[in-house]
Design a binder for this molecule. Structure first.
Ligand SMILES: NC(=O)c1ccc[n+]([C@@H]2O[C@H](COP(=O)([O-])OP(=O)(O)OC[C@H]3O[C@@H](n4cnc5c(N)ncnc54)[C@H](O)[C@@H]3O)[C@@H](O)[C@H]2O)c1
Ligand SMILES: [Zn+2]
Length: 362
């Protein structure tokens, strides 16, 4: 397809792969699968039954022996039971080391499909076909896969880079508006931590970006993928750089936990970014204008920028237990300026609470 954009991830390593972005890209799938593949399992959620069937049919027309497996919607897909069911499907169909899995869906499906691919025969190829904005710019890129347990989210997983990622932008046409807006939080995050041109593009057409049909949307997706690709690639050499992708996430994870996972991830990340921007400012590291810009950009696309003011003990407790914090010291990715992320370790509890007061609303 002539108008496809290719973004390379992991260049220089033996697991480098392409993220292909464009519209109507199914024809690209066989090339991304690579040579030697005979059997392909297409994993999809109930909402994408037709799309999964189209992918299966198309692979069949290209000579593959293709199967589909429907998995429960959303987080229901990321369980040991569902993974075990897919291992059973692979076993009964005789999948070998040279066969492959294709994940068609949001981040929950790409996480599950990637995990099953990582574990089947200690690793078979997976091509991700993300269909939510979040999965395109974040979950499907970078090689982290995983499932949940009763004790928490993403506690079981593996690092298993995909053989390729296919972002078919036309999939976004059916995505519910709130899921699209939620994904914009990660796009804006990429703008603050690495590529301020993203912020300029969003600000130039807030309404079009919020609706998802503005002319800048494709470039926003490509720039966000490029940010993640750069960070993930650099991280292969200098580990811990990847941490900057967690901007806003320490507070967001705590908020998600306190709210019993009833919030969309991007909405929590949006509040979390305003929180950590305020924390950066209170620590004397970030100027007021950049903090204000967090609020205006995020609110401009319909994301929340404040949170109820009576939850501090629970939030603080949840942040202290976050698996990303090391030992007992709370760690935050902060901003020193636009595109200048830094680290703040063990900030004074009064500073943490003051940042919370700054985002509290009723
Ligand atoms: N591996 C990583 O690096 C990484 C990074 C970020 C997030 N994640 C994971 O991603 C998951 C969240 O992903 P998500 O936000 O995409 O959620 P999701 O997979 O639950 O998708 C959201 C909803 O949209 C539906 N949907 C998906 N695509 C659609 C389409 N094109 N049209 C209509 N409906 C569609 C889904 O069925 C679901 O109900 C979490 O489990 C999170 O842990 C992983
Ligand atoms: Zn996130």
């Amino acid at each position: 397809v002539s108008d496809a954009t290719r973004i390379r991830v992991g260049e220089g390593s033996d697991s480098a792969y392409d993220v292909v972005v464009g519209s109507g890209l199914l024809g690209e799938l066989p090339a991304l699968l690579g040579s030697g593949v005979e059997r392909v399992l297409v994993v999809h959620p109930p909402t994408l039954r037709a799309k999964g069937e189209t992918v299966r049919h198309d692979l069949g027309a290209h000579g593959f022996s293709a199967f589909v497996a429907e998995v429960p919607d959303a987080e229901g897909a990321k369980s040991a039971e569902v993974a075990a069911r897919l291992w059973g499907v692979l076993g009964r169909a005789g999948f070998t080391r040279s066969d492959a899995i294709v994940g068609v869906g949001g981040g929950t499906v790409t996480d599950l499909a990637g995990f099953v691919a990582a574990t089947w025969l200690r690793g078979v190829r997976v091509v991700q076909v993300p269909t939510t904005l979040l999965a395109m710019v974040d979950a499907a890129v970078g090689g982290k896969t995983g499932i949940n347990t009763a004790e928490g989210k993403n506690l079981v997983g593996a690092f298993h880079p995909p053989a390729g990622v296919l972002c078919d932008l036309s999939a976004l046409e059916t995505l519910p508006h709130n899921d699209f807006v939620s994904g914009l939080a990660e796009v804006v995050k990429c703008g603050f931590i690495a590529d301020p041109a993203i912020l300029d593009l969003v600000e130039a057409d807030l309404e079009g970006v919020k609706r998802g049909d503005g002319p800048a949307v494709r470039e926003l997706i490509e720039r966000s993928i490029a940010v993640k690709a750069r960070v993930v690639t650099e991280d292969l050499k200098e580990s811990s750089l990847r941490e900057i992708l967690n901007y806003g996430h320490t507070f967001a994870h705590a908020l998600e936990q306190v709210e019993g996972y009833s919030w969309r991830h991007g909405e929590a990340v949006s509040v979390g970014m305003v929180y950590v921007a305020e924390l950066s400012r209170l620590a004397g590291r970030l100027d007021d204008a950049v903090v204000a810009r967090h609020r205006s950009v995020l609110a401009g696309v319909g994301l929340p920028t404040g949170y109820r003011g009576d939850r501090w003990p629970k939030l603080h407790g949840a942040m202290s237990r976050d698996k990303k914090s090391r030992g007992s010291l709370l760690r935050f990715v902060v901003l020193d300026a636009l595109a200048k992320p830094g680290r703040l370790e063990g900030p004074d509890p009064s500073l943490l609470q003051a940042a919370y007061a700054a985002i509290s609303c009723d």
